[in-house]
Structures are given as C-alpha cells and as structure tokens.
Design a protein around this ligand. Structure first.
Ligand code: GDP
Ligand code: ZN
Length: 461
C-alpha cells in the first residue's frame, strides 16, 4: 500500500518550549534531506535508525536558515505508524515551527488530517481500532485513573479479551458446520448441543461482566456528573470554590458537549467530578431561576452525584425537604455547613429525611470537614473494587453499544438452542455476535466509521 507522506505539528499549539513537526510516509526521509543540513553532508537514508541529529532547517533554494533543530530519524516498520518517521524538534515559538511545517509542505509532504498518524498506525496494522480509540481517550484523559484505563486498553487488554471471545464463538460455529454437514451422526448433534450451550453461556457471562464495568469506565472517562443544590446562602458557591481550590482543576475540551450548561472538572481522590451548572450557581444562586424548571429537572436527573447543602445555623425548612424529595433514590451526600455558627438545625429531623444518605458536617469558612467530604465522595464510587488492577474496563460508548448488541445476539442463540430451534438459525445469531464483537476491534468496520473516528483526534496525533 503506497500512502503519501504526511506532516503536522504534533505538540500542543502555543508557546511551548519545544515544538515538533512530525513527518510520516515513504518520502519522509527524502523531504527531510531536502530541508535539513547537519551530519556533515550525510543523507538521512544513510544514518542508523532511531538516532537524533543536530543541525539546521534551510530553504533548499536559497540556503537561508529557518530554524536550529534536533531531528529524530526512525525507520519503519519499528515506528508508531510503521512508516518512516522524521521528527523535527524546533525550540523557537509558534512562528518558527510553522515556518518549518510550511517548508516541508512545499517540499512534498501533505498536511495531516486530525488523527491521521494514528489512522496510519491502524491502517498499517500496528494497532487495532480499540487501541486507536484508546489513544484518543488518553489525549483527553482527565485523571490518573482514567489514564490507566486508557493505557490498559491501548496495551490491548480489551482487544485480547474480545479476540478470545470471538475465538470461542468461532469454535462453536465450526461444530455447527460439522453438524450441518453430517446430520446423520446423532452423537455429533448431542455434543454440538451441549457445547453450544456451554460456550455461548460462557461468552454471554463474559460480555455481561464487561458491561458491568462500563458504568465505572464511563465515569472515569467523562467525569461524575455532580450537582450542588441547596437554598440560597447555605454555602453552595463556597463548597464549589473549596472543591475547585483544594483539588487540581482539570482543564478539558470535550468536543460535542453542549455548552448551555457550564461545567468545571475537579479530581477528588481519583474521582473526576464534573461539577454541573456551577456558573448558574455562582451567578444567580439559583439553578432553577437560571435555566428554568424543566432544564434543571433534567440536569438533576442526569446527575450521578448530588451534594445537598443545609445550613447548620438555620432551621430545616420546607424548601430543604422539597430538595430531598427531588433527589430521592439518587446518590446524595448531605452537607451540613456553617458548623462554626450556633446550631439551629434539628439534627434528628435531618437524619430522618436524609434516610440512608451519608451526612458530612462542614465549616467551609474555617475549612473544616472538607477531607471527610472528599472521603465520602471517593468511597461512594470506588469502594475498593475499582482499584484492582487486573480488571478490564470498557468505557467507550461505541464499545458499550456494540457489546449490548452482541449480548443480545448471543442470548438469542442460547434461547434458540434451549427451544430446539434448527441449528442453522442459531448459527445466524452466533455469526452476528461474532461480527459485532469484531467491530469493537475494527475487524469488520465500515470505511466511513473509520474516517469519522479518526477525525475526532487532535491534529498531529
Ligand atoms: P450559596 O448562596 O449557597 O452559594 O452560599 P455562598 O457560598 O454564596 O455563601 C453565603 C454566605 O455564607 C457567604 O457570605 C459565605 O462566606 C458564608 N459561608 C459559607 N460557608 C460558611 C461557613 O461554613 N460558615 C460561615 N460562618 N459562613 C459561611
Ligand atoms: Zn453563592
């Protein structure tokens, strides 16, 4: 397969200390030879692979120096894309790195599309689709834990499991074939029936286990949608501020999220919190007032976690009770704030309405109780189980959707066997689940899907 040579700036835009222009393709070395002078006149084709060289980028026609650089040379196939790769490390700012990029583009390279380097890695068989998607997740990973999930996936954990399941299904299908070809052997049919049930049930259970991890996987990827509610003046803004200031605020840029609801991300002991509607709370003190009753109901409904703030120095009001009712059945942590002030609240009543929800006392003014609150948040969602390192998580919504469909197909196959459905009908369901699982790792994906996936990548990755 002959692919043209692509180039892009592969470090974040802005005034970084180093910026890298990356070239990948059959003519990467030729193009670099034209614009790079160093190595005492030696051609890049002649130097050992995976070496780095000092020199200058020059206009080939005029010899004018554009930038002082270090150039890394990596010969395919032992590279990220499996193609020849040249990385030009520039140390100037944005202007000079752009000049270098323009120069290589004028000398035979084409500007890479977003995600095209990773797409090449996929097309050249270096990584499978779920690994490619993991690269994308990694770029966006918001906490260390999310990073680990992405890393595991990139290392092929999910892919390996999916391959194993597909292999199981394939073995069943092979037996089914034998059964169809030699229907006269009764014992073959007996065996087929038994093994069909065994293996299909095994595959079904594995898919179910994987799907069970998806809830937490999704939280790790997208953040725990968290809403702070409470009457005016109880300390919602103060709570938000202390969460944001105590914890590293996470900068994010998730494409496709609607911006009518403003969000802030913080990392609380490995739990990425997506604090929803914080702007509303900040500006008008009242989420309902700002975005309307319907919208706020929706926000509440979609929340994974509610932080319900009460005032220690005030009586429990009808409004407070209404808030409790609005979040019935959800994961709620009750915060009794302003413990530095004289108690007016009836704690017995609070315990009663709070039901089984965790209650934490704070004085945000005096920075008391924040540790306990963070502990409550992390134990609510991690309970230890998510720590175990050897689990495979699914967190990508495309994977989750495919797993659900594959599960349904395999369940139909199992039902078919149990009801004595003709085996060639069962075969259809099995084949479908095999194909659906294959789509997760990109073994049977449609071309346009591939393009769409890779276009989500950052430029230069
Ligand atoms: P919100 O209306 O719920 O967002 O409440 P704010 O966070 O804006 O706080 C309202 C007022 O209560 C502000 O003057 C805060 O400084 C004050 N406040 C917040 N937390 C505490 C606390 O723990 N103790 C005391 N004494 N005052 C607090
Ligand atoms: Zn406020």
């Amino acid at each position: 397969m002959e692919l043209d040579t692509i180039a892009a700036i592969s470090t974040p835009m802005g005034e970084g200390a180093i910026a890298i222009v990356r070239l990948s393709g059959d003519h990467a070395f030729d193009i670099a030879d034209k614009v790079f002078k160093g190595m005492k006149g030696q051609s890049i084709h002649e130097v050992p692979s995976h070496t780095i060289h000092y020199g200058h980028i020059q206009e080939p026609e005029t010899g004018q120096v554009v930038e002082e650089v270090m150039v890394s040379i990596m010969r395919g196939p032992k590279t990220f894309t499996r193609e020849d790769i040249v990385e030009i490390n520039c140390h100037g700012g944005l202007v000079s790195v752009n000049k270098v990029l323009q120069l290589v583009l004028r000398n035979g390279a084409r500007l890479a599309e977003p995600g095209e380097f990773t797409k090449r890695a996929f097309l050249n068989g270096r990584i499978d689709l779920s690994q490619a998607e993991a690269v994308m997740d990694l770029i966006r990973a918001k906490t260390d834990r999310a990073m680990n999930v992405a890393l595991n996936q990139m290392e092929g954990r999910l892919s390996n499991l999916i391959r194993r399941l597909r292999q199981e299904i394939l073995e069943v299908l092979a037996h089914v074939e034998v059964n169809i070809d030699y229907p006269e052997y009764d014992d073959v049919e007996e065996m087929t029936h038994g093994m069909l049930l065994d293996k299909s049930t095994y595959v079904r259970n594995e898919i179910q286990n994987l799907l069970r991890t998806s809830e937490q996987g999704k939280i790790l990827r997208e953040g725990l949608s968290t809403v702070i509610i409470g009457r005016p003046n109880v300390g919602k803004s103060s709570l938000l501020n202390s969460l944001v200031h105590e914890n590293k605020a996470i900068v994010t840029d998730i494409p496709g999220t609607t911006r009518d609801v403003i969000e802030e991300y913080v990392n609380v002991r490995g739990v990425p919190l997506r604090l929803v509607d914080t702007a509303g709370i900040r500006e008008t003190e009242d989420i309902v007032e700002r975005i309307g009753v319907e919208r706020s109901r929706q926000v509440l409904k979609e929340a994974d976690l509610i932080l319900l703030v009460l005032n220690h120095a005030d009586e429990l009001t009808h409004e407070d009770i209404q808030l409790f009712q609005a979040v019935k059945g959800m994961d709620v942590i009750v915060i009794i704030n302003k413990t530095d002030l004289a108690k007016k609240i009836d704690l017995e009543k609070v315990y009663q309405v709070a039901d089984e929800h965790k209650i934490v006392a704070t004085s945000l003014l005096e920075e008391q109780g924040i540790d306990e609150l963070e502990e409550a948040i992390s134990s609510l969602f991690f309970e230890g189980s998510i720590e175990s390192g050897d689990m495979t998580y699914v967190s990508n919504s495309r994977h989750i959707a495919l797993l659900h469909q594959a599960l349904q197909a395999i369940e139909e196959a199992i039902q078919g066997v149990e009801m004595g459905t003709p085996i060639d009908i069962v075969q259809i369901d099995l084949t479908r689940s095999w194909e659906l699982l294959g789509e997760i790792i990109g073994d049977s994906v449609h071309e346009s899907l591939i393009d769409q996936l890779f276009s989500q990548f950052c430029l230069g990755k």
